[in-house]
Design a protein around this ligand. Structure first.
Ligand code: SF4
Ligand code: SF4
Length: 145
């Protein structure tokens, strides 16, 4: 586990607020956000030609919810939490998972991503967590390693 990932409940609360805000944006803009059929195909990033980037507060939140010892590495191009095509951490999934939909309006999606990123950056500044924006495999493998 990398340094700087001690549980900070205030930080986790702020991460939940961002997720709740994101979910509300998606709910309130359903036409732009697109309807996901939960097929799970985009969770295999290589085959879907998709990328998912995450920030430290998102990993900290996941680790706090699952238990640090249950954070999985990512040895293939498929997210390790996608099992049998289903997301097994749906409630704790990353911001990019909440925002991305293959049927979404690209501009809407991009604006939402930028806003979410700014919010996660400000959490890092406030709680003095080194900020980085890594692809999921790098982030998970670094966290576990
Ligand atoms: S966290 Fe869930 S929704 Fe996000 S990539 Fe992994 S399996 Fe897919
Ligand atoms: S966003 Fe699209 S590809 Fe991804 S799970 Fe939903 S329907 Fe499937």
């Amino acid at each position: 586990m990398v340094a700087g990932y001690q549980v900070n409940h205030q930080l986790l609360k702020r991460a939940v607020e961002i997720y709740n805000w994101l979910d509300l944006q998606v709910l309130n803009n359903s036409e732009l956000a697109g309807k996901c059929d939960a097929c799970g195909k985009c969770c295999d990033f290589e085959s879907f030609d998709h990328r998912l980037f995450v920030t430290p507060p998102e990993l900290m939140y996941l680790a706090a919810k699952l238990g640090t010892e249950n954070v999985k590495p990512m040895p293939t191009s498929r997210c390790p939490y996608n099992i049998g095509g289903k997301c097994t951490i749906y409630e704790y999934r990353f911001a990019g998972c909440r925002i991305f939909c293959c049927k979404a309006d690209a501009d809407f999606q991009s604006r939402l991503s930028e806003s979410a990123l700014e919010k996660f950056k400000s959490i890092c500044t406030e709680f003095q967590v080194p900020y980085c924006y890594s692809d999921l495999a790098t982030a998970l493998n670094r966290f576990v390693g």
